[in-house]
Ligand binder design. Structure first.
Ligand SMILES: [Mg+2]
Length: 360
């Protein structure tokens, strides 16, 4: 494998930065986005918090009740996921343009393989400044960027100089890693850190020097992986992610029809197919669009957005039939009907987002 140039881009305290952008009066204040604290009796956790809130000891993932006790005067805001998702989409669209290969890993983080693109720039810093500049111009948000020869190094580097940081590790990977705590390794949590500590391993160079068999005996496969990472070896690729934006099915009738039963049955069949694909691919939908083409090829669409997102078959069928009702007055036969669902949300998104909450 040739020498690669990988970026890890991580938005700075994403949710609270978006809130501060929307509410300029909150800028510079300790803002906590998460569950309702209910004066210290609230359940749930801190999703993210501003750097000012961190100065009061508040952290992502902390129970909201504890955050409230640490600093009751902080500004507590609910999670406005629809807004963050929209902003996230805009940012990912910007980032994707700069990458040879692009992988979004959470609502506010992505890897970019820029090995080819970077050749057009004087150096990698110039390219990163252009990315940061475009994100700032269009979204008024800052990010921190790590650059390295692997995803692992890039990910560690992006965390080095927050907020609005840029850390480039090109030469001297070993020297960069050596003094760092093992906790910096993605996947090393409290438990693994403690187990390593019991083996006398605190820093990455100590991990690299440890006998691999000992690590495998203790951690199994993870031990092997940890040992490789500690030695700076990570050949994992930036895996192109193309989000499914919509999915749909349509049917052209053998003979044009205005028979309500035929149309109703067709909608029922399409709803069934769409729902099955939706579930197979692991999505819920928010928007359903009905498409209808008449015998003279005049084509119309009607959409409806539902909340909360769903995979419910009856809802798909009923929504499509309701939309079809809007054409009952048309004195033409129908050539084609179709159902499309869009504005898709991954079924596991809540889970994914929970993880994202913890890593800003
Ligand atoms: Mg972040």
């Amino acid at each position: 494998m040739g020498k690669r140039t990988i970026l890890h881009v991580d938005m700075d305290s994403f949710f609270s930065s978006v809130e501060a952008r929307e509410h300029p009066e909150l800028r510079g204040l300790p803002v906590v986005v998460g569950a309702d604290p209910k004066e210290g009796r609230g359940r749930g956790v801190v999703s993210t918090c501003s750097y000012e809130a961190r100065e009061h000891g508040i952290r992502s993932g902390m129970p909201i009740s504890r955050a409230y006790k640490k600093y009751p005067d902080a500004i507590f805001l609910p999670v406005n996921m629809a807004l963050y998702r929209k902003v996230s989409e805009n940012i990912m669209e910007i980032l994707r343009k700069y990458a040879d290969k692009f992988q979004q890993i959470s609502v506010d983080e992505a890897f970019l393989d820029i090995s080819k693109k970077v050749k057009r720039y004087r150096d990698v810093r110039e390219l990163v400044q252009e990315i940061k500049g475009e994100i700032w111009d269009r979204e008024k948000l800052t990010c921190s960027v790590g650059v390295g020869p692997s995803k692992f190094i890039a990910k560690i580097a992006s965390d080095f100089d927050k907020p609005d940081g840029l850390t480039v590790v090109s030469e001297g990977v070993d020297a960069f890693l050596a003094p760092l705590s093992v906790r910096r390794i993605p996947g090393v949590g409290e438990k693994t850190e403690k187990a390593l500590k019991e083996m006398g391993i605190k820093t990455i160079d100590q991990l690299a020097e440890c006998d691999e068999q000992k690590l495998i005996a203790q951690f199994g496969k993870l031990g092997h992986r940890l040992h490789l990472l500690a030695k700076g070896i990570d050949e994992s690729e930036v895996i192109e992610t193309r989000e499914t934006k919509s999915l749909g099915r349509e049917i052209t009738f053998v003979e044009d029809t205005d028979d309500p039963d035929v149309l109703g049955n067709a909608i029922g069949g399409l709803a069934n197919e769409v729902q099955r694909v939706l579930v197979d691919k692991g999505y819920r939908f928010r928007t359903l669009t009905l498409k209808i083409r008449f015998e003279d090829f005049e084509t119309h669409t009607r959409s409806k957005t539902i909340d909360p997102p769903s995979t419910d078959l009856e809802l798909i069928e009923k929504t499509a039939k309701d939309l079809l009702q809007e054409f009952t007055g048309v004195q033409k036969k129908v050539r084609l009907v179709g159902i499309k669902v869009s504005n898709l949300e991954r079924l596991d998104e809540k889970q994914k987002l929970m993880e994202a909450y913890m890593t800003d």
